[in-house]
Ligand binder design. Structure first.
Ligand code: PLP
Length: 397
């Protein structure tokens, strides 16, 4: 048995030589701004948008400065205004409620289930109170999308999908991001393709895309977009839509295009690691792995498990024992959020009622990143450490 795992949970893979060469070409050209193109040239950013739209089968795509920016832009483009209510997951990452707040709207938090997806019963109960749902596929868990869309259509709720953790994932054969009116992706370092920072927004709705392009800071240069509506659509909205500057640039687009071509292989590599760790910890007494629906083709870039009904002290004990052996686990049940583990209660700018069901789940929710720099052997070691340490603490209850 290995005493200690020595890998780094924040070490992503290097950018490929192909992507580095593409980046160097852009640097040599001096033309980094997305609208800075030579006569007749289609820039890297427009090409990335075109290729991303083609991959997902969407009509339109817009590259932006970050995933969070894409979310706020989607809300603005859909006409969400100050004081509006927007339904969203109680279990998600801070930029999600943050984007709702950024447009002056107020989140209504919807419960999470033990499968770590949005609670459709709670969603149904709250759907009367809002015309919008910002659906976060948090940590790559995809709910029954057919059931969700049935509810949202019945209540006339427009869906924005937060696909920060589901780029490359599908529900029942259909891409995550192709159910809602708009979908947003992040290309930040810890997501599925890496440009440091960056975001992508897709939609089939011409007016929403035209507004998003104007919002992103296109000035009157929107005709340099390719995966974008006809100029006539812009002529209606171009002067009444503010420029809230948040463009993507050629340098990021250049390193993302080769990564997009590798996405499927990368997703397979993540899932091999995920399944290996899952199998290794599955039978641990006191530990519950997360059930995954057969229709969900997820991307296992992170893994979660529940220590159901454990005391806070016992959970902390597991975390520190694992940490001592080099395994970095994050806990969504801590009284004080650390790193990215904040929850609906931490976002005190937004009012909320208490969600006892979500609280009980989050109290035992453990999360771990799976960077692709981990070998399969590393993953087996990590699973073994978790199994032993959780088992040891559980035995002493
Ligand atoms: C990372 C993330 C975002 C926002 O992406 P950024 O590019 O960091 O702004 C949104 N939602 C979830 C669930 C995320 O993990």
């Amino acid at each position: 048995m290995v005493d200690r795992f020595n890998g780094s949970f924040t070490q992503q893979e290097a950018i490929s030589e192909e992507a580095i060469e593409a980046a160097v070409r852009i640097l040599r050209s001096g033309r980094l701004h997305r609208y800075n193109v030579a006569e007749g040239e289609i820039g890297e950013t427009a090409l990335l948008e075109l290729e991303f739209a083609e991959t997902l089968g969407s009509k339109y795509c817009l590259g932006v400065a970050s995933g969070g920016y894409a979310l706020a832009t989607a809300l603005r483009a859909l006409g969400v205004k100050s004081g509006d209510k927007v339904l969203t997951n109680a279990f998600t990452l801070a930029p999600v409620p943050g984007s709702i707040s950024a447009v002056g709207a107020d989140p209504i938090f919807v419960d999470v289930t033990e499968d770590l997806v949005i609670d459709l019963e709670d969603l149904k109960a709250k759907s009367d109170h809002s015309r919008f749902l910002m659906l976060s596929h948090m940590r790559g868990h995809i709910c029954n999308m057919d059931a969700l869309m049935t509810i949202c259509e019945a209540y006339d709720v427009t869906v924005i999908e937060d696909c920060a953790h589901t780029m490359g994932a599908k529900w029942d054969g259909r891409w995550s991001g192709r159910f809602g009116t708009v979908a947003c992706y992040s290309t930040q370092t810890y997501k599925h393709i890496n440009s440091g920072e960056g975001g992508l927004l897709i939609t089939d709705n011409a007016e929403v895309m035209a507004k998003a392009v104007m919002l992103s800071g296109s000035y009157m240069l929107y005709e340099r977009h390719v995966a974008s509506p006809e100029p006539e659509v812009f002529s209606k909205i171009r002067l009444e839509t503010p420029n809230t500057s948040g463009r993507m640039d050629h340098l990021r687009a250049a390193i993302l295009r080769p990564q997009l071509r590798q996405l499927e292989a990368q997703c397979d590599a993540w899932n091999k690691r995920y399944r290996l760790i899952e199998a290794g910890i599955k039978k641990t007494p006191g530990l519950t792995t997360i059930r995954r629906d057969k229709r969900e083709k997820f991307v296992g870039s992170s893994i979660q498990f529940l220590l159901k009904d454990w005391s806070g002290t016992a959970v902390e004990n597991v975390l520190s024992r694992c940490a001592a052996r080099g395994v970095e686990l994050k806990w969504f049940g801590a009284a004080n959020p650390a790193g990215f583990t904040s929850t609906y209660k931490s976002w005190t700018y937004a009012s909320h009622s208490t969600l006892p069901k979500s609280d009980a789940i989050l109290a035992g929710l453990i999360d771990m990143r799976i960077p692709l720099t981990f070998s399969l052997e590393d993953c087996a070691t990590i699973a073994e450490i978790i199994r032993v340490e959780v088992g040891a603490v559980f035995q002493n209850f």
